[in-house]
Write a protein that binds this ligand. Sequence first.
Ligand SMILES: Nc1nc2c(c(=O)[nH]1)N[C@H]1C(S)=C(S)[C@@H](COP(=O)(O)O)O[C@H]1N2
Ligand SMILES: [Mo]
Length: 415
Amino acid sequence: MSGFIERLRKGYGKKLVSLHAWNGWIVVILALTGLILVGGFWRGFLGEGRVWIKWLHILVGIASILPVMYYLLLAGKHWKQLREKPWQRFNVLVVLGLLLGWFGSGVLLWQFRAVGPGVSNVALVIHDLLTWIGLPYIIYHSITRVKWLKEPKKRTVPSPQVAEDEIHPAGPQPLYTRRAFIRGAIGVGLGLTIGPSFLKWMGDSLGGFTGLGGSQSLDKLIENDSNELLPAPEPLPASAPPIGGGAAGQFRVYTVTPIPSFTNENWSFVVDGLVQQKLQWNWEQFVALKRTVQVSDFHCVTGWSVYNNTWEGITLKELLKLAGVKPKAQTVKLYSGDGVYTDTLTLEQADMDDVMVAVMHDGKPIPSDLGGPVRLVVPKMYAYKSVKWLNRIELIEGEHVGYWEARGYANDAWV
Ligand SMILES: Nc1nc2c(c(=O)[nH]1)N[C@H]1C(S)=C(S)[C@@H](COP(=O)(O)O)O[C@H]1N2
Ligand SMILES: [Mo]
């Protein structure tokens, strides 16, 4: 082993430089793919490409541990070398902390199924937090490493100015050099551009995570509801106040299309296909259907959850009973009013008591951003089964491959 490390240490300076370059490129790829993955805009735009980008992010993320481990083998010597340079030592620790933190939380997110939603939730908060702190830090670090921005004295390759400094060593030192000023300006600029999104994320994600600031943003979604459907549904006593005590957590608004909006004129709900009797309701008829209330958790595969949702609606089971399923039917195909998104349940899955065609959340109409006026909730499965803007249920023979399943998500969505 020690012979191996000795060999590694030969040509150590060059190795450090190329490690640094490799690591830089890895961080660039992870940052770009990661930002695309969180950016809601890219969901619909990329479709299947998004799943490829996810795999690229995961693979490069796993590979990112290699330069870290390689560095750790050389770290002893490097650390001694930095004896006089506390800031560089600090920088090494920050970057190592970031890389290891991203790696660890990333592995947990990748293995969401093995670790379960509770662990994924924490991993996602850590992954995001490191990103919001780490990316600006690394961007600042790489910009200010550009040679021109370094004080001449600190350059490894001396410039003519150094000689000049040596000629007038006793000359008064300016408090701020021009370069220090520009570095400061870059720092402030980064802070101003990234700061607001960081604060918003803090409020949404951490607040939602701890159940503190979560409802504020939900209020905003309700305020911005672009649906106009009258009359508004009247909550049952179990819904208002919600027996679940109010949802804990923050929904991230996911959509692969522009958010659709509905009025009494263009909204209807249909159950058709292999049924004894095709059913169709307009809004006035649909809100008059007898509803029930359930409390359940909502888990997305990407690592976030919303706990204790009080949903009010009609169970899918009840709707299928009303229509009468023909013996030939095998699959329940669920259509979104966005015209694009679909998913399916087997008849057996659709028979679970907690699969609900929901009209209200925590005693209020579901806002358009969250899939209102009517969305599906399938609490025991990951939320890509919970079709938003649900407006048609078709009973079919054979199978259908849903939107995300066609793009690489697992057919098995059990939490
Ligand atoms: N019509 C439609 N339904 C959808 C989606 C979508 O993009 N379009 N995304 C699914 C996924 S992956 C999740 S996690 C949840 C998110 O619900 P939310 O946007 O209300 O948080 O909706 C599911 N249902
Ligand atoms: Mo999801």
